[in-house]
Design a protein around this ligand. Structure first.
Ligand code: 4AD
Ligand code: MG
Length: 459
C-alpha cells in the first residue's frame, strides 16, 4: 500500500477505508486496553492519532514506543470522536522503524529558541520550526509564481565573482591556494590563484541581473548571497537568500510600485495558503501578527525622501543612541522609529545622499542625492534596498573614478551603458527578513535552516 501524507488525509471528506501513514511519534499515552499515539510526518502542523489495541501482535513493543521514534502505521481511517480532530487511525499493524532512546532532546515541553539553535538538525521536528520551514518553502514557490505571472525571467547569477557590487568591503575571499603557499609568498599574488585574480563570494547578483534586464526586459534572480559583516544582530547572517528583480525601462517610482506589489502578493499567498502554520505564529510567537499582516495587505505604503526623514527624526523629540545628521546613514533605531512610530506602516525612503551609497545608483538632478530606495517595515527595519541605476555612461564613469573603482574590471558593465543604455531599476529583498516579517519570528537565525554567523559554522 502507498503511504498517504497527513495533510492529504486531513483534506478527505470520506474515509477511503485503509490507509498507511509513516512518521514520528510525538506523544503516546496508554490505557488498559489501548495505546494512543500522536504521529506527525512533517507534511503539516496537525498530528494524526493512531490507536493500537492490545490485540496487536507486538503490543508490548508498541507500549514501549518513545517520543521521536519512527513508525509505519496501517489501519482504517475512522472519524474521530475526540475534539479538535477529524480523523484517527484504528491501527491494524504498527511497524517500529526506529526506536528513539530517552536521550531524544525534543521531549514534550517547550524549548527555548536558543536551545533549539544548538540542535538545529532536530529543530525542524518541532511544531514551530516545522511551520517556519514549510512556510519558507511555500514562499519560495510564491516568488516564482509571482514572477511567472508577471512575465519576468528567472536568472541564476554567479556566486563566485571578481567584482564588488556594494563596495562595503564585506566579501568572503575565494581561493584555491593553501595558507602555507600564501605565507611563503610573503605578499599575496593573485595571478597564481585559481582565477588569476582576486575573487570573492557575491554580495549581490545585481550587476549580472542588470545585464540581463537590458536583454530580456524584466528579470529576477533569487539565490544565496554572502556578507562577511561582523555584526551579531538578530537581523544579519553571513549567508542569506536575496530576491533581486531588475527591470528595464523602469524608474524609481516603478521600482517602488513593484516592491509594494511583491510584498503584498507574497503576504497574501501566505495568508491564503499557509493559514494553519500562520495560526501557530499568531498564537505562540506574535499576538500582533494578524494585525500586522492586515496592515501589510491593506495599507498604501508611505513614501518619503531621506531629507524629509532626517527632518522628521530631528523634530521627533525622540532620544536616539546615535545622533541623526544629514549625510550619514540611518541607524536601525532611526529606521524603526520612522516605520513603527511615525508612519505605523511600511515606508519607502528615497533619494539618499550619494556619499553613502554605491556607485551604480543614479545621480539626481540636485547632484547631491541618488535615486536610492529602502523599504522600512515595522518590526523588521530594512526589508528592501534598491535604486534606479545610473544609465548615463559619462556620469557613471565619473562617479566610479571618484570612488577609486578599477574601471577596467567593470568594462563589461560599462558596455551596457555604451550600447543601447536605458533607464532601469531594481532592488534586493532579504528573503529571511521577509520570513521574519510574516511569522513574527524575532531572530533571523530561526528562519534559515542552518544559520551562518560570526564564529558559528556548525551543522
Ligand atoms: O540593501 P542591500 O545591501 O542591497 C543590495 O545588495 C543591492 N545590490 C540589491 C539590488 O539592488 N539588486 O541588500 C538587500 C537586502 C536588504 O534590504 C536586506 O533585506 C537583505 O538584503 N540583507 C540581509 N539579510 C540578512 N543578512 C544580512 N547580512 C543582510 N544584508 C542585507
Ligand atoms: Mg541596504
Amino acid at each position: 500500500m502507498k503511504r498517504t501524507k497527513i495533510n492529504a488525509l486531513l483534506r478527505l471528506d470520506q474515509s477511503p477505508g485503509d490507509v498507511l501513514v509513516k512518521g514520528w511519534v510525538r506523544t503516546k499515552r496508554d490505557s488498559k486496553e489501548f495505546s494512543f499515539m500522536e504521529i506527525n510526518d512533517g507534511s503539516c502542523l496537525t498530528n494524526i492519532q493512531a490507536i493500537a489495541d492490545k490485540g496487536l501482535a507486538n503490543y508490548a513493543e508498541i507500549g514501549a514506543l518513545t517520543t521521536g521514534s519512527s513508525v509505519s502505521v496501517s489501519g482504517t481511517l475512522v472519524e474521530s470522536p475526540g475534539k479538535g480532530q477529524k480523523w484517527e487511525i484504528k491501527a491494524r499493524e504498527i511497524e517500529i522503524i526506529n526506536l528513539a532512546p530517552d536521550s531524544y532532546p525534543l521531549q514534550k515541553k517547550r524549548h527555548s529558541d536558543e536551545f533549539l539553535r544548538t540542535i538545529a538538525h532536530l529543530r525542524p521536528r518541532t511544531n514551530k520550526f516545522g511551520a517556519a520551514f514549510r512556510l519558507r518553502s511555500e514562499m519560495a514557490y510564491a516568488v516564482h509564481k509571482f514572477y511567472k505571472e508577471k512575465g519576468f525571467r528567472y536568472l541564476t547569477t554567479p556566486l563566485i565573482t571578481g567584482s564588488d557590487c556594494e563596495g562595503a568591503g564585506e566579501m568572503f575571499r575565494v581561493t584555491s591556494l593553501d595558507p602555507e603557499t600564501v605565507q611563503k609568498m610573503g605578499k599575496m599574488d593573485f595571478s597564481l590563484d585559481f582565477f588569476g585574480r582576486e575573487s570573492n563570494l557575491t554580495v549581490s547578483g545585481q550587476l549580472s541581473a542588470e545585464m540581463f534586464a537590458l536583454a530580456l526586459g524584466d528579470v529576477y534572480s533569487f539565490g544565496p548571497t554572502f556578507r562577511a559583516e561582523n555584526s551579531n544582530t538578530s537581523r544579519h547572517v553571513a549567508e542569506f537568500w536575496m530576491l533581486e528583480p531588475e527591470m528595464a525601462f523602469c524608474d524609481l517610482n516603478g521600482n517602488m510600485d513593484h516592491g509594494e506589489e511583491l510584498v503584498k502578493y507574497l503576504t497574501r499567498h501566505a495568508v491564503e495558503e499557509c493559514a494553519e502554520d500562520l495560526s501557530l505564529f499568531q498564537n505562540f510567537v506574535d499576538k500582533t501578527l494578524t494585525d500586522r499582516l492586515d496592515i501589510l495587505l491593506n495599507s498604501e505604503f508611505a513614501r518619503i525622501t531621506y531629507t524629509e526623514a532626517v527632518d522628521i527624526l530631528k523634530k521627533s523629540g525622540q532620544r536616539f543612541e546615535f545622533p541623526v545628521e544629514y549625510g550619514t546613514d540611518l541607524q536601525s533605531e532611526h529606521e524603526r522609529f520612522l516605520a513603527e512610530t511615525y508612519c505605523k506602516k511600511p515606508v519607502f525612503l528615497t533619494d539618499y545622499p550619494k556619499g553613502i551609497k554605491p556607485f551604480y545608483m543614479r545621480v539626481n538632478e540636485d547632484g547631491k542625492t541618488v535615486a536610492a530606495v529602502d523599504l522600512l517595515v515595522p518590526g523588521i527595519g530594512e526589508l528592501i534596498g534598491g535604486s534606479q541605476r545610473e544609465e548615463r555612461l559619462d556620469v557613471l564613469e565619473d562617479r566610479m573614478k571618484k570612488m577609486n573603482l578599477p574601471l577596467k574590471n567593470y568594462w563589461w558593465y560599462l558596455d551596457s551603458r555604451k550600447y543601447g543604455s536605458v533607464p532601469h531599476a531594481g532592488f534586493g529583498m532579504g528573503f529571511e527578513r521577509f520570513l521574519m516579517m510574516i511569522t513574527g519570528i524575532g531572530n533571523i537565525r530561526d528562519v534559515i535552516p542552518f544559520p551562518r554567523t560570526p564564529g558559528s559554522i556548525d551543522f
